[in-house]
Design a protein around this ligand. Sequence first.
Ligand code: AMP
Ligand code: ZN
Length: 473
Amino acid sequence: MQEIRLYNTASREIEPIVPHEPGRITMYTCGPTVYHYAHIGNLRTYIMEDVLEKLLVFAGYDVKRGMNITDVGHLTSDADTGEDKMLAGAKREGKTAMEIARFYTDAFFADCEKLNIKKPEIVIPATSCIDEFIDLIGVLFEKGFAYMSGGNVYFDTSKVDDYYRLTGHSADDLLVGVRDDVTEDENKRSKTDFVLWFTTSKFGEQELRWDSPWGYGYPGWHIECSAISLKYLGEYLDIHCGGVDNIFPHHTNEIAQSEAAIGHKWCSYWFHPRHLNDKSGKMSKSKGGILTVSVLEENGYKPLAYRYFCLQSHYMKQLMFTYESLDNAASAYDKLLSRVAAVKAAAEKENAAPDEERVAEYRARFIETVGNDLNTSLGLTLLYEVLKADLDSATKLAVIEDFDRVLSLDLTSGEPEEEPAAEDTKRLEELLVKRAEAKKAKDWATADAIRDEVKAAGYMIVDTPEGAKLKKL
Ligand code: AMP
Ligand code: ZN
């Protein structure tokens, strides 16, 4: 087993991962709220979590990973006063919340498959664990951490020492309810208290409701992750993951209620990939017009070109999405596939066995490199070094196959796109300029004719915010 080091939000340091049980790692991921498609920002987080899991396995750990599917209780406001997102989704599409949940859960895993994101071993929809939530809330009542007010059950954050420990900020910086658009919930004793069980909603009938000792109602969002993680991964969790927006209040509340219930420290490492932004700011499902994997495909990009785009950057840095930078990544990815294809062809010709000692050396270097706070971009640099190295093709191919167990870029099976001949590129680019002029002059007939001409040459024109681009058909 080789050491993996990771930035831990809880300690604000890069630390070696030392699991609670030697050799075995438990890992919990906050799953998607399934009221809409996942956008490529959400998927950046899941890609980085996938790389982390695969790296740990590659380094020799036995990883047990669980994830919830949020299909109830996640409100549009983190201050417990908004509408349930599932209900809003159901209204939007004229369907039931469960129909919406099923549809978008399937869509999420279909996107994950396209991006080579492995499905966690344990995937649990929140609505399948209502008894566990009720039991956990019961324990919190028994231990004096919960109270009823205005029909809802609240967690009493004043009973917790060090409520803000994960964020490292003071109460004043982070109070929920200070945002202008959030109405405060008058039933809370303190602003940071949060709902464990709702029986009231000002947004009409909540379709999904269950009997409980505190009335007919539905669970709050935070309780689901604590209960699911405790049930399936035990009282000592090694790594908890989620996007940076989850640190407060979601993960802060998860820690408060989990530790209140079990009476000891719960989770050792907190992994929070930073956001993907577009020019208008943070990508978000509620903004509308969301950028999905399907949109990328419609625009002629391979989903794995997006995975490559993500791997080029460090997960702790915000990433800016533009079609121009995706183009660069897509072209680099295609060139990489071509180079690997050449190695593969040479290895087949050589028909020799790889040098296992060299393969093991590179494996150790890869784990050390990427294992230093998930440095995927240096992992890619090491891959390029292998391509240039003075090694026989069989060994090169074996090393590349090995790295790809973590990178998951289909390096040895992906089809590189053919590069257009230089004279074709020039002609096609001239046509793009003429089309832009025709569009400006509102000469739609000429613009359409140019599109057809480009199509006949084997390309489609994709209009992006940064202008028209050519994609191979
Ligand atoms: P949700 O489906 O909204 O519950 O979010 C699913 C995951 O995506 C969570 O881990 C969020 O923290 C994460 N997330 C949300 N927005 C972004 C973004 N713009 N970039 C990266 N991750 C995000
Ligand atoms: Zn969660």
